[in-house]
Design a protein around this ligand. Structure first.
Ligand code: GLN
Length: 307
């Protein structure tokens, strides 16, 4: 029943070939733009899907809420909130959005915030390589299986990471970052280059929906108060400068990535994920946004609607 519904929804959005693959990362620009998949993971661990749900692609910015969760749980709320705010920026994901007096990034979903959050993952005494390992193992715990890194995409992004390096140098000049900006951007780029499938992303979202406990492994990956914080920030900031449109039209805490992934998590109910690489001008998947609009209206999933 659900797989039929998903297959029908995919067939409806398939003809829409508008948008472009991410042009600023050559390996992503060269990705097959026709991939299309959608998966729902229930909080009891059941997964329903249609289309290319086992094709691997890089997680990109969908890593941001999960690493924010790890930082909050590894370091506690106060040290993280002291460095990264929770206000929507209303700007593009790669904007240099810093508070003018403190240099604090506005939120953890834009690159400035996510680069800072990467530096706060794991215990304070970890070296950069150990921190990257903490990030990889943390993402794997959310997915419920061992994930790996796409070295080609990582190298391709690093060669063109001038903008993220500029952001990191700004953060360093304000002492928001306290270490070599190049090392932090390298780690953050590795974080973005972790390979996932649509099925993995649905399960990662279901872990958030399930109070931080992975429905398959049973592991409590992060504590419940951390999940509330993460889902709140996804709701207000997850779709960048389209966040207001998303909150009103779709009404599901969500996060997009420039490889074409998109997740949504409904507390106590379901984790959802879609994959389609062509992006709109905000860097959100065109068909993914259409699919989520449809899921929300067909199933009454908007969090402001009484079920
Ligand atoms: N790695 C990408 C970047 O930092 C992630 C951006 C995204 O997915 N929106 O530019």
């Amino acid at each position: 029943m659900i797989p039929d519904y998903l297959a029908e929804a995919l067939a409806d959005v398939k003809p829409d070939t508008s948008g472009e693959t991410a042009g600023y990362i050559p390996e992503l620009a060269a990705a097959d733009p026709e991939h299309l998949g959608a998966a729902f993971a229930m909080i009891d661990g059941e997964v329903y899907g249609a289309g290319d749900i086992d094709t691997e692609f890089t997680i990109q910015s969908i890593s941001k809420p999960f690493i924010y969760a790890l930082a909050l749980s590894d370091r506690g709320f106060d040290p993280v909130l002291a460095k990264v705010g929770v206000e929507p920026s209303g700007e593009a994901f790669n904007e240099i959005s810093l508070e003018s007096d403190t240099g604090r990034p506005l939120n953890p979903m834009i690159n400035a915030g996510a680069i800072t959050v990467h530096s706060l993952a794991g215990a304070e005494d970890l070296n950069p390589a150990e921190r990257v390992e903490r990030v990889l193992q943390g993402l794997s715990a959310f997915a419920g299986r061992q994930l790996k890194t796409d070295e080609a995409v990582c190298a391709s992004e690093m060669e063109h990471a001038h903008r993220n390096l500029a952001i990191a140098h700004m953060l360093r000049s304000h002492d928001v970052l306290t270490e070599d900006p190049r090392v932090v951007v390298d780690g953050y780029t590795r974080q973005c280059s972790v390979l996932v499938t649509t099925r993995d992303l649905a399960m990662m979202a279901a872990t958030l929906a399930n109070r931080g406990r992975n429905p398959l492994s049973g592991e409590q990956v992060v504590p419940e108060p951390v999940v509330r914080q993460v889902l709140s920030v996804m709701f207000s900031c997850g779709m960048y400068d389209a966040a207001g449109d998303w909150a009103t039209q779709v009404g599901i805490p969500a996060k997009s990535g420039v490889a074409g992934g998109l997740i949504g998590a409904l507390p106590g109910q379901i984790g959802m994920a879609t994959f389609s690489p062509r992006l709109d001008t905000h860097g959100n998947s065109v068909r993914g946004v259409s699919l989520f609009e449809r899921f929300s209206s067909d199933m009454g999933l908007h969090v402001m609607e009484v079920p």
